[in-house]
Design a protein. Sequence first.
Length: 85
Amino acid sequence: MESESNQATNKFHVLLEALKLLSRRESEVLQKVAEGKTNREIAEEFCLSVRTIENTRARICKKLDLKGRGSLKKWTDTYYKEQID
């Protein structure tokens, strides 16, 4: 069985590899998703349209090979949130 520190290290490496695939804006949106922000809240914060944020989230999901509604939030809860808490 994997120790907690090994699991945390593995999750950190997954996060680092994922961030290498993303643009700066995609990384910023990913952080906001991890913080629990809605598309509208993210759009307002970046002065962008909700549709732009939706498209950005779709690109993130494609790059991370995530499918299905809620998969990005679940991914951030697993790999991202622990790193920012």
